[in-house]
Design a binder for this molecule. Structure first.
Ligand SMILES: *Cc1c(COP(=O)(O)O)cnc(C)c1O
Length: 340
């Protein structure tokens, strides 16, 4: 039995999800004739109180498409220094959009309205790139699943309005934030122009992200998705998995959070652990004491069929998910307590 805690992307579809996939009604989505994809898109647009939505193969492509839709080459976007769009999308911001990133030194991947305001280049100063977009991430990935206070997001929205900037949310793990903070997705729909959400992390589908947005900006989405190579055919099979996950596998994220809190609590009592970052959702980030090498620790765990990930700078990461069962949780906690 392998206990894989590297990411919440390692899950396999549940029986119920496989049945939903088998029974899906499909069509050619490039003609917009896939009824299940259309249903999923409409369901998510309604859930967030936004106008429209479009299915993408990956979260990276959904974010990159949004950035392309919001910007012109030579312009600049504002994001936290740990942002996924900057660090983990292969340099796509410059490759796809010819746009640079002004990086903010935020707190666990989160930035403030004040920091955004300070980072905007004056639009009439033609020597510097024109600021045109602000990208937030919620929950933060490299920030260890931290969630924004919604009031800060609203303040950033005001700054965007004052300076006529686009406002995009990388919501790959927005589900975890909604459950942890008991928030209403419609509040998010009111402030952002575009929101990308991921179906294959906490929700556990085999693939797929959806870009949700306001009508005007989303007019460009089909064309940009096509250019990026993301125009697909009978995607209703994957959309059916997404609908099933939203209806049946979202509320259970609270269990992932509870298990993550329990892991963090056990780790913080161990002599070999130097520090555990605050745990708010399903990600635990911790550091080992100097005398214990990361490599040895990870190898010792691997001997016991446990996989976790190293994120550089001494950070170790554990992510709980759908396939991390109660019995796996019990054995893992025991191993952590007995580790020498
Ligand atoms: C996983 C993730 C994405 C999208 O990743 P893909 O692997 O391209 O689907 C985007 N943003 C954040 C914050 C993520 O964690």
């Amino acid at each position: 039995m392998i206990i894989d805690l590297r990411s919440d992307t390692v899950t396999k579809p549940t029986m119920g999800m496989l049945e939903a996939i088998l029974n899906a009604e499909v069509g050619d989505d490039v003609y917009k004739e896939d009824p299940t994809a259309n249903n999923l898109e409409q369901k998510l647009a309604e859930m967030f109180g936004m106008d429209t939505a479009l299915f993408f193969p990956t979260g990276s492509m959904a974010n990159q498409a949004a950035i392309k839709m919001h910007t012109q080459p030579g312009e600049q976007l504002i994001a936290d220094k740990w942002a996924h769009v900057y660090n983990y999308e292969g340099g796509g911001v410059s490759f796809n959009s010819g746009v640079s990133c002004k990086l903010i030194d935020g707190n666990r991947g989160m930035i403030t309205a004040e920091q955004v305001e300070e980072s905007i280049n004056p639009p009439d100063f033609y020597h510097s790139p024109l600021t045109s977009l602000v990208c937030l991430e919620n929950t933060t990935n490299k920030g260890g699943g931290a969630c924004y206070n919604f009031s800060e997001i609203e303040k950033i929205k005001q700054v965007c309005d004052t300076h006529q900037l686009g406002f995009h949310l990388d919501g790959a793990r927005i589900w975890n934030a909604l459950i942890a903070k008991k928030e209403d997705p419609k509040e998010y729909g009111k402030v952002f122009d575009t929101i990308s959400v991921c179906l294959s992390k906490g929700l556990g589908t085999p693939m797929g992200s959806v870009l949700i947005g306001k009508k005007d900006i989303m007019k460009k989405a089909m064309r940009v998705r096509k250019v990026l190579g993301g125009g697909m055919r009978q995607i209703g099979f994957m959309a059916a998995a997404g609908i099933y996950a939203l209806d049946n596998q979202m509320e259970r994220l609270a269990e992932d959070h509870k298990k993550a809190f329990e892991i963090a609590a056990v780790l913080s009592q161990q002599a070999y652990v130097k520090k555990v970052e605050p745990t708010e959702t399903n990600i635990v980030i911790f550091y080992l004491e100097k005398e214990i090498s990361e490599e040895k620790f990870m190898n010792d765990l691997l001997q016991k069929n446990i996989k976790i990930s190293a994120m550089g700078q001494g950070k170790l990461r554990i992510v709980t998910h759908l396939d991390y069962t109660e019995s796996k949780h019990e054995s893992f906690l025991k191993i952590l307590k007995n580790y020498k």
